[in-house]
Ligand binder design. Structure first.
Ligand code: IPM
Ligand code: MG
Length: 355
């Protein structure tokens, strides 16, 4: 199959890790007889420097025209002083909104090879963690009206949701639960927020179409607590944009594998943007220190969810597993005193394991 992939390396370690993912995708193409072509575009701080804006129109255009998007990371201290609409992060929101990517999948899994990196007690993690956070990505308070009063001493952000927005993310979450352990926990703040009441009513109604999936509801503050108290109770968590932002960071951290976890941002036609969940780590940029695995696993998600190539996706995941089994570790996942390899060597090993 021929596929065109837009690459948005972004800032910091973005180019380091996206480069390795491209080499892995080339290896997959060679092994399975596909033709992947890549077009690189600017977004984030590098786009501010080169074009004066975080998300140039040509980047959005190129992403729209591609079959899928692979993104590294954006942001860094260099651009921290910029105002809200000119920050690198604006590129992410612009891509998500502009491409209509309303569904964000953030798997939080514990890699058995990295068990010791998990900060939770062994009796809490039991035989492992495998949670899928389904975050609504183009609505809620991150996309609502915001501003200041005339005097500038008061500010507001608004959270709004429509039934249609809640319904489509809920349907997706139930569909995903069907391919897992058939449990959905919908997280809201129903005791306070009107948007949460609409959210809960809608999710409850959608659940009737999925009688084989068990639905529960949880307040977001309790969910934050339950994630560290008893994370194994969760299969799929579905929640609105800001709650999902916060809970997905927490979920990833309890696996101890922040450098390992991929994500997918999707719409109904399966078009998607794929990126590691970690940030741009500017302090180690260009030093051959970053862990490319989260981005490589993001490429695997692209193959699975957008290109419908499950065997190819699995080949990447197995290659990563073999390399971890062989004891290769970048600095972020190494135990104290353990030998480490660089970005490039990790990429090489995964490419070799694929061949
Ligand atoms: C994330 C990030 C972004 C978000 C920021 C950088 C805009 O935290 O992808 O979770 O909050 O969505
Ligand atoms: Mg976040």
């Amino acid at each position: 199959m021929k596929k065109q992939i837009a690459l948005v390396p972004g800032d910091g370690i973005g180019p380091d890790i996206v480069g390795e993912a491209v080499r892995v995708l080339d290896a997959v193409a060679a092994r399975f007889g596909h033709a992947f072509t890549f077009a690189e575009c600017l977004a984030g701080g590098v786009a501010i420097d080169a074009r004066g804006e975080p998300l140039p129109a040509e980047t959005l255009q190129a992403c729209r025209g591609a079959d899928a998007v692979l993104l590294g990371a954006v942001g860094g201290p260099k651009w921290d002083a910029l105002g809200g609409s000119q920050r690198p992060e604006k590129a992410l929101l612009g891509l998500r909104g502009g491409l209509g990517l309303f569904c964000n999948l953030r798997p939080a899994v514990l890699f058995s090879q990295l068990r010791d990196a998990c900060p939770l007690r062994a009796d809490i993690i039991g035989d492992g963690l495998d949670i899928m956070v389904v975050r609504e990505l183009t609505g809620g308070i991150y996309f609502g009206d915001r501003g200041r009063n005339a005097a500038g001493d008061e500010a507001y952000d608004t959270m709004r949701y429509s039934v249609a927005e809640v319904e489509r993310i809920a349907r997706l979450a139930f569909g995903i639960a069907r391919q897992r352990h058939r449990r959905v926990c919908s997280v809201d703040k129903h005791n306070i927020l009107e948007t949460s009441r609409l959210w809960r009513e809608t999710v409850t109604r959608v659940a009737r179409d999925f009688p084989d999936v068990a639905l529960s509801h949880m307040y977001v503050d309790n969910a934050a607590m339950q994630l560290v108290r008893n994370p194994r109770q969760f299969d799929v968590i579905v929640t609105e944009n800001m709650f999902g932002d916060i809970l997905s960071d927490e979920a990833s951290m309890i696996t101890g594998s922040i450098g390992m976890l991929p994500s997918a941002s999707l719409r109904l036609d399966h078009f998607g943007m794929y990126e590691p969940i970690h940030g741009s780590a500017p302090d180690i940029a260009g030093k051959d220190l970053a862990n490319p695995i989260a981005t490589i696993l993001s490429a695997a998600m692209m193959l699975r969810y957008t290109f419908a190539m499950p065997a190819e996706a699995q080949a990447i995941e197995q290659a990563v597993g073999r390399v971890l089994d062989a004891g290769l570790r970048t600095a972020d996942i190494a135990a104290k005193g353990e030998a480490t390899v660089g970005t490039r060597a990790m990429g090489d090993a995964i490419v070799d394991a694929l061949a």
